[in-house]
Structure formats: C-alpha cells, structure tokens
Write a protein that binds this ligand. Structure first.
Ligand code: NAP
Length: 527
C-alpha cells in the first residue's frame, strides 16, 4: 500500500487542502507524504456518518461484529513488515517492540470477538410477570445492555498500534456496537493510515455499515475539542497528558448534553521496597527496576516513577546496583521532540525541588534521546513538596527514603490516584504489607506483589485504570475484556410482546445466552 496522506470518512478516502507532516524523531527530518488536516467540514461528515450507522451497526448479531473484529486483526497482520517499518520511522520504537505490540493489537481484537460470543456483556436479566402477586402484580421485565452511541477515540503517542487507531479503546467500542471516529495522534499519521486501511477493508469484507469508522488527523487541539463537542458523539476514550485529558473532560462537561470521558492521564506507579525483600535480593531488585524503568525509554503509563524504600542497610546495596545497571543503559530516542523537551524540563523541576541525583543512564544517544535518571529524597521532602510526585514521562524515578512505616503510609495517603501500586516483600514483611493494604486498595487500580508495573497483560482480570488522575473514571479499565463496559448502558423492556423484544431476550433465544432468571444465574446452553 502507498500512503496517500488522506483522511477516512465513513470508509472513503478524503483529502483536504491543509496539510501537516510527520517527523522521524531520531533525526528530526520530515517524513513523506504530507497528511490532510481535518477541519470543521470533515468532523461534521465523520460524525454524521457515525450517527447514521449507529442503529444498523448496534443492531447486528454479536456474531457479525465478532467476525468484523477478527477481520480487522487479520488485515493488520497481513500488512506485514511495511506497517512495522513505518511505525518504527515515526516513533523510533524498536522493531521487536512493535512486532509484539502488533501481536497485542490483534489479540485484543480477537479477545473482544470471543467476548461478544460469550455474551456476559449483554447482562441479560428476566423477571417474569407475576400477574397474581398481592398487593400489586409485577409486569414482565427484561434487561439487556446496548451501545451508548458513536465514540471519539484519541490515538496515544506511546502505543502507535495497541492504543491507537485499532487499539484497545477502538476494539472495546466497536465490540459494544459503537461506531468510532478516531482522532489520530499527529506523531504517527502514516501508521494510522495503514491501520485505517485494514479497518476499512475488514468493514467492506464483512458487510459493516460504512459509517462505523472514520479517521481524522490534524496537529492541533481544535480538532479534538470540536469532535468531543459534537452532539452525535456519546463517549470519549483518551490516553495522553493530564492537561489534554482535563481539557477534553471540560469540553464534554460543558456540552448541552454532557458525555463521559474515559481518560487515562498520569500515574507514577509507586513501588514499595520492604526490608525483608531488600535484605534477600537488593541487587536483583535493582536490575529488575532498571529494566522496568528504561523499557521503551520510560514512555509507559505504568513506568515505576517512585520507589518507597523502608530504611535498612540493604537500601545502599540497591542504590549501588541500580547505579551500575543504569550506567550501562544507552539513552534511547523518545517518541517526539516535544516529549523529549518535556522530559528534560521535568528532570530540571525535580532537581529544583531539591532531589539529589543518585544515578544516571549512560551517555551518548542520538537526537531527542532521553537519559535515564534516579533521584533520591527523604520522605519529609516529598511530604512537604507533593509536586515531586508528579509524573515525569520518561526513564526517571525518585527513590524516597522512609524511616518508618508511618512515613510510607503518610506518603501513600498523600499520593494521587495511580494505575498501579507494587510491593516487594518476603514472608517476614507480611505484617507490614497487611497494614498498608487498605490504603493501597484505595489508591490504585492494580496491586502487585513481587512484580513491576510495566508489562500489562491483556486478559479478563486485568484492570488498567484507577482513581483520578490515573484515569477520569476509576470504575472502569482501558485494558482487558472489562473495557467493553465503558461503552454500554442498560435498557429495561417492560411488558413487551415477544415479537418486539430484542432477539437475545426472546423466550426461545434466552437459554442460548448467560442470563439471570428471576435473580438466579443461568449458564448459556449452546449447540
Ligand atoms: P497529549 O499532548 O495529551 O496529546 C494526546 C492527544 O490529545 C493528541 O491527539 C492531542 O492533539 C490531543 N489533545 C491534547 N490536548 C488537547 C486539548 N487541550 N484539546 C483537544 N485535544 C487535545 O499527549 P502526547 O502528545 O502523547 O504527549 C505529551 C505529553 O503527554 C508527554 O510528554 C507526557 O507527559 C504525556 N503522556 C502521558 C501518557 C501516559 O500514559 N500517562 C501517555 C502519552 C503522553 P494534538 O497533538 O493534535 O494537539
């Protein structure tokens, strides 16, 4: 496929007069071709097509949408190396990482296809009529969940495949029955065009309404804000900066009809090092920490940005081992020149708040590279200056020396909401971990014992969410099959004749789906 730089509106390519360019972050040179910028007319057209497609798309049997999702995965995989090469040039992420990200993208799509077939997401419930109940009869009540409406999806800069055009948010929304209008990330428009082509081909092949998918591009915030303000958009999925997420939440809240924004914004993913664990394996922990910290040049939402070390002699051994390991890490190229600039400024702010350098990454590296850093502060400094706990997007972390468990607890209480909180412990540390657990549960979406926050499994029990500002809505996740919940709402059908009911709720069809009959759980009887 040759890139044309066009937008996709309801399955058709569409050019515009205004153009922007992608850049190779490793050298700063522009990449061909120039990409069309979506203006008001294109946003209007994409939202109109999504609105027109909504009833037809959500009305399809779950099996049809499952086949569509599987076809998207197949088309992405069939695009082969050229897709990965383009993503590599636009993001500087290594080919091996992009290959595994592509596998994750296909896995997510297939997982939602399987989810559609299992049917728990429908949450079918039937409370049969009780015409003779005293003192009042009960009408026949049936519930299922339906799609909320067209969803605006913002592609993330740090996952050009798995959290971009056909990433987790798109897969969850499409599975739920929502058409999507994607606002592509301006750092990787060529990758977005490749993936958009896969979605459009899959939609045509499986007979989907064309308005089910549009891709709008542009390098300015006006596009996203106008899209979120459009009356035909019913929910928003976003991964990026706190400023961006907050701005979009404000736009959504100020509409005549406000809509939910599921924004994943910032998290420092604290890791607590308890004395038993430090005593047993300080050096191993330091090596694991450096691997997690420097993965993808630290540009992971689950990057371990804060270590809380309970004071004990092995802390020094941990620092020494981390220093040696970090010195061997060559600075990698960051995703964009802007992200690299933000990173350097954030390191300067950390220094200005009085944090001490404990260790550096190795020297050298190409343009726009990010050198790893480990800072140290006493707990009192972080308690006095909570700004030290703000996210630095890149390979930097702050080691906090805590004299007592009370200080650890005080810092956890003071922390903002997090995606993850991890504890490294031995059996001897269990009473300490137990004492911290209630606070940990209140602060994060995923609690980890003896592991590191990076490496998010895409599965059924995963939660990639957490209290604000980790996300704008702690009741959901953006990774894993539970992510579909964000784009569904319940509808109750009271007193409906059989023929008017949605197919899954009809008496003959109901046993084929998991459901609750008068409150009692029933498994699906298939085949
Ligand atoms: P970003 O600036 O938040 O941009 C993400 C997307 O949101 C882009 O499409 C952007 O559009 C749009 N956007 C941003 N602000 C907006 C606004 N006020 N109104 C409407 N749309 C808006 O994130 P980024 O470009 O990926 O990186 C910038 C910084 O975000 C990083 O340095 C890092 O601090 C943070 N970040 C955090 C995570 C995380 O996982 N926590 C991930 C990625 C980035 P335009 O670019 O077209 O304006």
């Amino acid at each position: 496929m040759t890139l044309t730089g066009e937008l996709f509106i309801g399955g058709e390519r569409h050019g515009s007069a205004r153009k922007f360019q992608a850049y190779d972050p490793s050298c700063g040179r522009p990449l061909e071709p120039a990409f069309s910028v979506a203006g008001a007319a294109e946003i209007e057209a994409a939202c109109a097509r999504a609105h027109e497609a909504f009833d037809a798309y959500r009305g399809l049997a779950p099996e049809r949408r499952a086949v569509f999702l599987e076809a998207i995965a197949a088309h992405i995989m069939a695009q082969g190396e050229p897709l990965l090469e383009r993503a590599h040039r636009e993001t500087a992420l290594p080919m091996a990482r992009l290959e595994s990200e592509r596998a994750r993208t296909a896995h997510q799509l297939r997982m939602f296809a399987a989810e559609l077939r299992m049917g728990e997401w429908l949450d079918l419930r039937v409370d049969p009529a009780l015409p003779h109940r005293q003192p009042a009869p009960r009408p026949d009540l049936r519930l299922r969940r339906i799609a909320v409406g067209p969803v605006a999806v913002f592609g993330a800069s740090n996952f050009p495949l798995a959290f971009s055009v056909a990433g987790g948010d798109s897969a969850a929304a499409l599975a739920a029955g929502c058409p999507i209008v994607v606002k592509g990330h301006p750092a990787h428009p060529g990758t977005s065009e490749w993936v958009a082509q896969a979605i459009v081909a899959a939609a045509a092949e499986t007979g989907m309404p064309a308005g089910v998918f549009s891709l709008l591009n542009g390098p300015d915030t006006q596009l996203g804000a106008t899209l979120v303000a459009d009356r035909r958009i019913h929910a928003v999925a976003f991964t990026g900066s706190r400023a961006g997420g907050l701005a979009l939440m404000q736009v959504a809240a100020q509409r005549p009809v406000p809509i939910p924004v599921f924004a994943e914004m910032s998290s420092v993913n604290p890791v607590i090092l308890l004395p038993g664990a430090l005593g047993a394996r300080a050096e191993r922990l330091a090596h694991e920490f450096v691997s997690s910290l420097t993965l993808a040049v630290g540009q992971m939402c689950t990057n371990p940005g804060i270590l809380l070390a309970l004071q004990c002699p092995p802390v020094q051994a941990f620092i020494e081992a981390a220093r040696t390991a970090l010195a061997g890490v060559t600075p990698g190229v960051m995703l964009t020149a802007g992200i690299q600039r933000n990173y350097v400024q954030s390191l300067e702010r950390t220094r200005a708040h009085g944090a001490q350098w404990l260790a550096h990454g190795g020297e050298g590296g190409a343009a726009n590279s990010g050198r790893a850093a480990l800072f140290g502060v006493p707990a009192a400094a972080l308690i006095d200056q909570p700004q030290l706990a703000e996210e630095t997007f890149g390979p930097a972390a702050l080691l906090v020396h805590c004299a007592t468990l009370g200080e650890v607890r005080q810092i956890i209480e003071q922390l903002e909401g997090q995606l993850t909180l991890a504890v490294h412990m031995e059996e001897s540390d269990q009473p300490l971990a137990q004492a911290l657990l209630p606070a940990l549960e209140r602060k994060a979406g995923r609690l980890i014992v003896n592991g590191w926050p990076t490496g998010v499994e895409v599965s059924h029990a995963m939660v990639h969410g957490g209290p604000f500002p980790a996300t704008s809505d702690a009741r959901s996740t953006s990774v894993g099959s539970l992510a579909i919940e964000r784009f569904l709402r319940p509808v109750c059908y009271q007193g409906f004749p059989e023929a008017l009911l949605p197919v899954e709720l009809r008496t003959a069809e109901l046993p084929g789906w998991p459901h609750r009959l008068d409150g009692e759980r029933r498994l699906a009887r298939r085949g």
